[in-house]
Write a protein that binds this ligand. Sequence first.
Ligand SMILES: [Zn+2]
Ligand SMILES: [Zn+2]
Length: 123
Amino acid sequence: MNTMSVQLPEGELTFEQDVQMVMSNLPVPDPCWRLTDEQGHEHHYASGPDRYPTLTAKQGDVYWCEDCRDEHQDSWYVCRTCGERITPGTRIDTTPRWLGGPALYYLNGKPISQERANELLTR
Ligand SMILES: [Zn+2]
Ligand SMILES: [Zn+2]
């Protein structure tokens, strides 16, 4: 728990936030990924806005999933030249991250809204 207090003419404003370190453990694009497809076209990861300059992203139709009770849409990549379906390499991201929960504000121990806190602080 992170706590910060400031003294204002109106009283003591306290800011509280739950922070915790999490490991995402989610697959992220592997910057070292390289692949040569069946036709000999080379594919790789690029750090620019066009992440896979030799691939085209395709999206399937939106379909309803009974398990999640939500809509899904599959997406995949194909070679820009021959259309072969390519799965770019990924790696597991183990970088720890600080995640903040919702922030809470108190004036003299009484909960107040974030808007009110901002108002008091910017006065
Ligand atoms: Zn689902
Ligand atoms: Zn190809």
